[in-house]
Design a protein around this ligand. Structure first.
Ligand code: UDP
Ligand code: MG
Length: 321
């Protein structure tokens, strides 16, 4: 490409997509080449067991804008995306799936919007006419979107859509762990991004297989719990654990105090169920308080060696909304 910093870095994780990857690269090129944007396509092979990696390598030989990355083994979609983000240098970063369910033709429109509207930092695709027929996919996803929007206050119709566009700075500010790629809008919102949702095209998967089953529903619920915890308590874990701890410790100590009084007055307390309850609650309360204090130390370890601030400044005052 002409300039060293491309306008758009397109990041696509692929795992066992040998049937799709050639078409994918061709369609991305066909979508972006006619526009005024320069681009790089970062395709991350997530340890595929089929020919995906070899096909990517041979495609890259004739295409300087195609940068394949080959992960050592299958790490999962989140780690693959993070590898792509770490390599992306573009002013804008666009992600999509490698199975051709997203349409690369949507990319220029999303980038145009970011270019024209400086009040937007991230655009999340909305598969308004979703082409996954099975109810076992659509129903959990509908419930998940409602639940996540309600629980986090970041309201989107479609958290599951991989087609998203970001300003490069936003991507540099977030780090993905576990399977948190589904929660990128929340991480981005926490990092100060202003997000809009835009309807995009969606196609049925015609080749290759989906990598996920129904069990992801449970993982999404656990991850939501994690996000909720991080949003509220990342910087004050003692309030979370210590709050519950005190809630157990105070009744526990009161029970033991009451029993001590009776003992001093000469009663036999050895067989009282209250004794068991008091001891259990006190022990649990102390442990939770300790856990909260440990959390407080950990958050200091997290911030201080890196010189990482626990706040972020704006360049200009926030626009009135
Ligand atoms: N993917 C990946 N690593 C994995 C699983 C999936 O890189 O361990 C890629 C996959 O090749 C595809 C994208 O992530 O490009 C989304 O996967 P899939 O289409 O199977 O998910 P679905 O559309 O069924 O939610
Ligand atoms: Mg798919």
């Amino acid at each position: 490409m002409s300039s060293a910093i491309p306008d758009i870095s397109i990041v696509i994780p692929v795992y066992n997509e040998a049937e799709n990857v050639t078409d994918l690269v061709a369609r991305v090129e066909a979508a972006i080449r006619p526009t005024r944007y320069s681009f790089e396509l970062i395709c991350i092979d997530d340890g595929s067991r089929d020919d995906t990696a070899y096909i990517l390598q041979s495609l890259a030989a004739e295409r300087p804008w195609l940068c394949p990355l080959f992960l050592m083994r299958n790490y999962g979609q989140t780690a693959a995306l993070q590898a792509g983000f770490d390599a992306a240098g573009g002013r804008y970063v666009v992600t999509l799936d490698g199975d051709l369910q997203n349409d690369p033709l949507d990319i220029p429109g999303l980038v145009d919007r970011l270019e024209e509207d400086t009040s937007v930092d991230m655009i999340s695709g909305w598969r308004k006419e979703r082409q996954d027929r099975a109810l076992s996919r659509k129903l959990p996803s509908m419930l998940a979107n409602r639940l996540i929007s309600w629980a986090t206050g970041v309201s989107l119709h479609d958290y599951g859509c991989a087609l998203k566009a970001y300003r490069g700075e936003i991507i540099a500010r977030i780090r993905l762990y576990g399977e948190l790629h589904r929660f990128i809008p929340i991480l981005a919102a926490e990092a100060g991004a202003r997000i809009v949702e835009v309807p995009v095209r969606h196609h049925a998967r015609t080749r290759g297989q989906s990598k996920y089953g129904i069990d992801r529903t449970f993982r999404v619920i656990l991850d939501l719990l994690l996000m909720k915890f991080l949003m509220r308590y990342l910087h004050r874990p003692l309030h979370a654990f210590g709050g519950v701890g005190l809630g157990l410790l105070i009744p526990g100590l009161s029970m033991l105090g009451w029993l001590l009084l009776q003992k001093l007055l000469g009663a036999d307390i050895g067989g009282r169920p209250l004794l068991m309850a008091g001891v259990t609650l006190t022990l649990m309360g102390v442990q939770l308080l300790g856990l909260g204090l440990l959390g407080e130390i950990l958050i200091r370890v997290y911030h201080e060696p890196e010189g990482r601030a626990q706040y972020r400044l704006r360049d200009v005052p926030r626009p009135k909304s």
